[in-house]
Design a protein around this ligand. Structure first.
Ligand SMILES: [Zn+2]
Length: 353
């Protein structure tokens, strides 16, 4: 089966046959682009076609070998085969690198939905028009499907006595070659997520006396399986994912709490939303800038009913927040408030159990 899929991949690499996409910016009529190439299950569209749509202008810099786009926030620079897009002094990771195919610099469908939307300052609607595409895509996106097939289940207890929370899993996002978002000074997401997760794990072990499983213990690459191992353990009753973000606007700052958009079998006294509410309250009580709780279909949250919150602990693109996130004092305050939120969640779910 795997061999057949691989053969299909070879046939489809850089195949322009019949591929077409429909794109619209919010408030504008949709356009159809037929100059679309497919590589490894992902559609690539020429950057120039997208800029026309967004009303932006760009040009190829033949000296620097980069593509420069003029925006209201300054120059945005794309480098062929580089995994980063530069906006002023900031670097943003791209899911797929821009590539030259058939004489034009092209970006992926993920760029259209994430970065183009930010460049244009508007939501972007995107879909494949070729009905064959989804079939191929499913076969090639094994890794993503695998994550969706995991059901993060809060295991049933054999007895109603004992602590409400038996163990906690923490995922410090990124690591190793995967830096996550990068601040102008080089500090990055993988470092801050690890520092915060490590502090949180120590505090929880010390104060709650329960096992805390952390998906990485240093700065190295973590496979999807390794990352999920902690959360999938039988005794885990709570899962915290730690991320940080970046925005094109240096004004944006604050903490986002993300929960699954749809949570199977959610109860009133427990579940991700209740956990997020407790965390948010304790953070606000500690004078932390909380932007809100948001339902999210982000892949990292998976599916299921294990109480899970993805903490987006701040914006590395905001100079003030970056300065705070690097401070030990601030990290301690943040972690202390997360601990208190978890503690309140435990007493709440214990009362009504
Ligand atoms: Zn992240």
């Amino acid at each position: 089966m795997r061999l057949i899929l691989l053969c299909c991949c070879f046939l489809l690499i850089s195949s322009p046959v019949g591929a077409a996409v429909e794109i619209a910016l919010r408030g504008q009529p949709a356009i159809i682009i037929e100059d679309v190439y497919r590589q490894q299950g992902v559609s690539y569209v020429a950057i120039e076609d997208l800029l026309d749509l967004a009303g932006l202008a760009g040009h190829w810099d033949s000296v620097a070998h980069t593509y420069r786009i003029r925006t209201s926030r300054g120059w945005v620079v794309l480098t062929p085969a580089s995994g980063y897009m530069q906006v002023g002094d900031n670097f943003y990771p791209l899911q797929e690198k821009p590539v030259f195919i058939d004489g034009r610099l092209r970006v992926s469908e993920n760029f259209i939905q994430a970065q183009l939307a930010q460049l244009a300052g508007r939501a972007v609607f995107f879909r494949h028009l070729n009905p064959q595409v989804p079939v191929v895509e499913e076969a090639e996106r094994d890794g993503i499907d695998e994550l969706f097939s995991r059901f993060f289940r809060r295991a049933e207890r054999s007895s109603s006595s004992g602590p409400t929370i038996r163990a906690i899993a923490i995922d410090p996002a990124h690591g190793g070659l995967d830096t996550g978002v990068i601040a102008p000074d080089g500090y990055n997401e993988k470092l801050v997520t690890f520092e915060v997760a490590d502090r949180l794990a120590r505090l929880l072990r010390m104060r709650l006396g329960v096992p805390v499983y952390v998906s990485r213990s240093g700065d190295y690459d973590v496979t999807l399986d390794q990352r999920l191992e902690a959360a999938l353990r039988d005794d885990v009753d709570l899962w915290i994912l730690v991320h940080a973000q970046a925005s094109f606007s240096s004004d944006v700052r604050g903490i986002d709490l993300l929960v699954r958009a749809q949570e199977e079998s959610s109860g009133s006294s427990h579940g991700s939303l209740v956990l997020a509410q407790q965390l948010s309250q304790s953070m606000l009580a500690s004078d932390l800038a909380v932007r809100g709780i948001f339902p999210s279909s982000r892949l990292s949250l998976g599916r299921g009913n294990l109480p899970t919150v993805q903490l987006e602990i701040g914006y590395l693109s905001n100079p003030d927040e970056l300065r705070l996130l690097r401070q030990a004092d601030y990290q301690t305050r943040l972690v202390q408030s997360v601990f208190e939120g978890i503690q309140n969640y435990i007493s709440l779910s214990g009362e009504t159990r």
